[in-house]
Design a protein around this ligand. Structure first.
Ligand code: ADP
Ligand code: MG
Length: 301
């Protein structure tokens, strides 16, 4: 089978491992830096050109689109889709997952466990917003943040108010969220492939840090999930229309609550913590599903 990995950097751990896992299984794997592709969107004969030659006869693509490259990256994935090529994650689902608010709205509609969350831009009613999530302590997040940057814990009502005012001054969209203190600075990454959790790890934030992001100095270890955690992760990935997803959840007093659902989850942390061949599972899923025009996403939002 001929598979394209859409990635800007062939030296990244995730990209290397996917290529390796594909080649071990005797597939032909090509890493394609999607920003260097251009597209011909002529009626009836859509094509993608890279390095002067059309990319043809691919059976599947595995998108690894960087968070800051969602617009162009998903356009390239979509072009493969209109050419009938199977994608591990569809362009629509990737776009959907990149918007934290849209994510929360869809998950809420499906009844997936979530922290109590409010969303605002320039409200004058800061008291009302703080009250929606039950008062301080609470967590305030910039809608566009990643890797824990732009996530603030406000311990008191006054601190919360000042931070919300400051973000309003910056013209930013914010999420205000109930603080899940009992999570103890840890979260759980569930790696979902084709509707199954294939690996899971617990990430613990550095001492005194409530954010568990590995980029913020956290560390990771393998963990066994409860049945409820497993079903919540599967339901979240499905609700987002993602076949491959990193579902992050917190252990709260009211059961597992979803933090976010990632459409290009990194492989390094999870493979090292669990010693599992996660890349291999992704390749196997893709190979099993790579029929032409196999579209799975049917979500309306
Ligand atoms: P990012 O997209 O920047 O990773 P997250 O929403 O995942 O932002 O938040 C980063 C980390 O902060 C989470 O992994 C979690 O450990 C911690 N955190 C975020 N929101 C809450 C919350 N409501 N209660 C407790 N901890 C939280
Ligand atoms: Mg996160």
């Amino acid at each position: 089978m001929k598979i394209a990995i859409l990635s800007q950097d062939s030296s990244l751990y995730s990209t290397r491992r996917l290529k390796e896992a594909g080649e071990e299984r005797e597939h032909q794997i090509r890493v394609i830096p999607y920003l260097r592709c251009y597209m011909n969107i002529t009626s009836r004969r859509p094509s993608i050109i890279f390095n002067g030659t059309p990319l043809e006869n691919f059976d599947a693509v595995i998108p690894r689109i960087g968070a800051s490259r969602t617009f162009y990256g998903t356009a390239v994935v979509r072009q493969f889709e209109v050419m009938g090529v199977f994608s591990a994650n569809e362009s629509q689902a990737i776009s959907r997952s990149r918007d934290k608010l849209r994510c929360m709205q869809i998950l809420a509609r499906e009844g997936v466990g979530l922290p109590v969350t409010g969303f605002a831009h320039a409200t004058q009613d800061i008291d009302g917003l703080i009250e929606t999530v039950g008062g301080a302590p609470l967590v305030i997040k910039l809608l566009e943040g990643t890797q824990g940057i732009g996530v603030v814990l406000a311990e008191t009502y006054q601190a919360a108010k000042s931070v919300i005012e400051a973000f309003r001054g910056l013209d930013a969209n914010i999420l205000v969220q109930e603080y899940i203190k009992e999570a103890g600075g840890a979260d759980i990454r569930c790696f979902v492939v084709g509707g199954e959790v294939i690996a899971a790890m617990k990430r613990q934030g550095a001492k005194g840090e409530f954010r568990s992001n590995l980029h913020r100095g956290g560390n990771a270890e393998k963990i066994d999930l409860s049945v409820e955690e497993r079903t919540t992760a599967i339901k979240a990935a499905k609700a987002m229309g993602l076949n491959v997803a990193g579902v992050d959840l917190l252990r709260s007093n009211h059961g597992p609550v979803i933090m976010e659902v990632n459409s290009s989850p990194g492989l390094e942390g999870i493979e090292k913590a669990t010693e599992m061949d996660v890349a291999g599972k992704i390749i196997e899923y893709v190979v099993q599903n790579a029929e032409p025009n196999n579209v799975k996403d049917s979500i309306k939002y």
